[in-house]
Write a protein that binds this ligand. Structure first.
Ligand SMILES: Cc1ncc(COP(=O)(O)O)c(C=O)c1O
Ligand SMILES: N[C@@H](CCCC[NH3+])C(=O)O
Length: 471
């Protein structure tokens, strides 16, 4: 049996016109059926810059950052009786100078979770007054840089960290604004590994077992730490607003408990990132930032009225929903192999020039992605395919099941949508593959936001090979 005879039809990647939420806003096909991103044909980009590459539609990123910044500013505007709102871009999703500059120019702050992310954010020009630092095991260097730069908030993740921060602040003789990362017990997120607020995981301190209040007391007793906020990030790739609202209630209730014990209303709550996006036609159209911001504003208003409390400032930390749909990955098709399955069916394995080293999400979380033929029209007939990478692992799967044109051939290009978040940032050099670059495209013009690694870059890290000419 030929794969084109398989019972098909449901796994064709949606076109930009069918599911705009899956693609950068300006994605479309030209008259010849070639896919265009940011006004440039993917085929032209691949010829000029190579593959695999992450193609970033800058205008789309700018739009998403603007939408987040304005949703938070509007829903929590002082003129509506609120105390102000802000969105911090979670740099872990993809951080480089261009991305930091685009999102901060639109009014977002930056949330960093390591020395590297903090350094990139500050060196790219992010205002320290709009930068936060996370980490469940912060290094001394991270704490020192955060304090020296005077960033807006250090998010305390454990009791021992209070003493470390206090000692570092005392050494410098400065005050340090801190938030407390709470565990609310809410279990949310697309996969166990990306749920971050149930009890049995490493982040934060629990509101349920006394741990969080102990941290608050330690901060209150410290000489240099100022409690400026309560924080809760429930997880990532979350659908709908229900879990966010439930978590917000718990955070606000804990704020009430602090007020009763310490006589202060903590001035800010950060309700984390986590809003999900679509990766394939099987995913629902995502909740918009405006819908989430409205839901958060409603629960904050309602709870504060019930508590008779002042309204706090409210912030969030989206990553995926800012950068995810702004990028597609372009791959070149290489080997095609038809594999007979039990029952007589055939699966076509389509090998591409990247794989789990540029997109670890399918292997790590079982994430379901999709792909489309990018260099020409794809009208079918279709063959059920598995798009795989070129690493030495059977789990090196880019797209588990997708219908691609039966006449797909080596040299064709595939585009995988929604790879902006946790693609480049989680890329590896497995099998000594070089990390692809991030190609920023706008008005049809392209330039590297991050250049691709070269083999020389990798050899330079090895003292036994540095400076040697390539064979
Ligand atoms: C503390 C914190 N904030 C924000 C984010 C960003 O999450 P997302 O990219 O799902 O919006 C994460 C990652 O899940 C996180 O751990
Ligand atoms: N890396 C994860 C998200 C976790 C983010 C950090 N808490 C993903 O690709 O979905």
């Amino acid at each position: 049996m030929d794969p084109s005879e398989a019972p098909l039809g449901s796994l064709v990647c949606p076109e930009p016109g069918e599911r705009p939420d899956l693609w950068p806003t300006a994605a479309r096909r030209d008259r010849d059926g070639a896919l265009m991103i940011g006004g440039a044909r993917l085929g032209d980009l691949q010829r000029g810059f190579g593959s695999p590459s992450y193609i970033l539609d800058r205008a789309d990123l700018r739009g998403r950052a603007r939408v987040w910044a304005s949703a938070m500013a509007e829903e929590f505007w002082e003129g509506y009786g609120m105390a102000g709102g802000r969105a911090y871009y979670a740099a872990k999703a993809l951080a480089c100078a261009d991305v930091v500059r685009v999102v901060t120019a639109e009014g977002m702050g930056v949330d960093a979770a390591s020395l590297g992310e903090l350094t990139i954010a500050l060196c790219a020009g992010a205002d320290p007054a709009l930068v936060g630092l996370h980490g469940n095991n912060k290094l001394d260097g991270e704490i020192d840089l955060a304090i020296a730069a005077g960033i807006a908030r250090v998010v305390v993740d454990s009791l021992p960290e209070v003493a470390r921060l206090e000692a570092a602040a005392a050494r410098r003789g400065v005050g340090v604004p801190v938030m407390v990362r709470l565990k609310t017990g809410i279990h949310a997120g697309g996969n166990e590994y990306i749920a971050t607020s149930h009890e049995d995981q490493k982040f934060g301190v629990s509101v349920n077992d006394g741990g969080a209040m102990e941290v608050v007391r330690a901060i209150a007793a410290s000489g240099h730490l100022r409690l400026v906020g309560l924080h809760n990030h429930i997880g990532s790739q979350i659908e709908g607003v229900g879990a966010f609202v439930a978590a917000a209630r718990i955070v606000l209730d804990f704020r009430g408990r602090i007020a009763r014990e310490h006589g202060i209303w903590v001035p800010e709550v950060d309700l984390g990132g986590g809003l999900g996006i679509a990766y394939s036609g099987a995913d629902p159209v995502p909740t918009s930032p405006a819908t989430l911001a409205r839901a958060l504003a409603e629960v904050v208003r309602e709870r504060c009225v019930e508590q008779g409390s002042p309204i706090p400032r409210v912030s969030v930390e989206p990553g995926r929903s800012v950068i995810g749909p702004a990028c597609v990955t372009v791959y070149e098709v290489g080997t095609l192999k038809d594999v007979s399955l039990e029952g007589g069916a055939v699966r076509r394995y389509v090998s591409v020039d990247g794989g789990m080293s540029d997109n670890i999400r399918p292997a790590l979380y079982g994430a379901v992605c999709t792909a489309t033929l990018a260099n020409r029209a794809s009208a079918g007939p279709w063959a059920r395919c598995r798009v795989v990478g070129r690493h030495c692992e059977s789990g090196d799967i880019v797209v588990r099941d997708v219908d691609l044109p039966a006449d797909l051939r080596p040299g064709d290009l595939l585009a995988v949508p929604a790879t902006g978040a946790y693609g480049w940032s989680m890329a590896s050099n497995y099998n000594y593959l070089t990390k692809p670059g991030v190609l920023a495209v706008e008005d049809g013009a392209a330039r590297w936001a991050v250049r691709p690694q070269t083999l020389e870059d990798l050899m330079d890290l090895d003292p036994g090979l540095a400076g040697r000419p390539l064979p």
